[in-house]
Design a protein around this ligand. Structure first.
Ligand code: B16
Ligand code: MG
Length: 217
């Protein structure tokens, strides 16, 4: 049975993917090329550095180390401006329902995110207090699909990986959960997240019975 739950942040708890997209698109346009929503799909769950590498690849641009560092900072500054005014209204459907369900049963909850901005975002939407552990882009050395982020989360929750469940919206994140030997649950489009053990469009599609069965088994 499952005894601990790990949540990805962007795309699972809040829809910050749209702000990441706007910031990357702005940079791409400044550099003289287009960046589409479809291309943004491969940025989900991927570290900031890796995202910029892919973006420059799309634009056919070779950067000096100096430019690269500057564009990383510029993208993040734009992103921070976009998320500045975030509040509870940006929490994705039924996330609090699931968090409350787990809290009422004293089931440990962790965040496993690639983002270095995870804490301030959780604060802005007033969900920080739900989390017993937070593992984010500041704690990991290897990016998803490497299981590192989720394995650190399991260790912090003092739970064996096989007893952990991961909610993820990104292909790399589902692979990371599978690589960690955890139960992967995709939140998003089943065609994109076909490697997930279970799939839901969002949390409103997931029943309380589904959760009850997982923790009881
Ligand atoms: P930052 P997650 C990931 O968060 C995003 O999905 C990904 O698009 C982003 O590049 C990455 O965080 C790094 O974010 O620039 O804020 O450090 O989905 O793992 O919660
Ligand atoms: Mg995500």
């Amino acid at each position: 049975s499952i005894s601990a739950f790990i949540f990805d942040l962007d795309g699972v708890i809040v829809d910050t993917a749209k702000y990441h997209y706007l910031a990357w698109r702005k940079l791409a346009n400044e550099l003289g090329f287009e960046f589409t929503k479809e291309q943004n799909e491969q940025f989900k769950g991927v570290s900031r550095k890796r995202c910029l590498e892919i973006l420059l690849d799309i634009g056919g641009i070779t950067a000096t180390q100096n430019q690269f560092d500057r564009w990383m900072i510029e993208k993040n500054e734009d992103y921070l401006e976009y998320i500045e005014k975030m509040d509870e209204s940006e929490i994705l459907p039924d996330v609090p329902k699931v968090l409350d369900f787990l809290k009422e049963r004293n089931i440990p909850i962790a965040l496993g995110s690639a983002s270095k901005n995870a804490r301030p975002i959780l604060e802005k939407v007033h969900l920080l207090s739900y989390f017993d552990a937070i593992v984010d882009g500041n704690d990991v050395t290897k990016a998803k699909p490497d299981p590192e982020v989720f394995l650190i989360a399991a260790r912090k929750l003092k739970t064996a990986p096989e007893k952990c469940l991961v909610f993820e919206d990104a292909v790399a994140g589902i692979q990371a959960a599978n690589n960690a030997n955890m139960l992967s649950v995709g939140i998003g489009h089943p065609d994109i997240l076909s490697e997930a053990k279970y799939n839901f469009k969002d949390f409103s599609e997931m029943s309380i019975e589904f959760l009850t069965d997982l923790i009881a088994d």
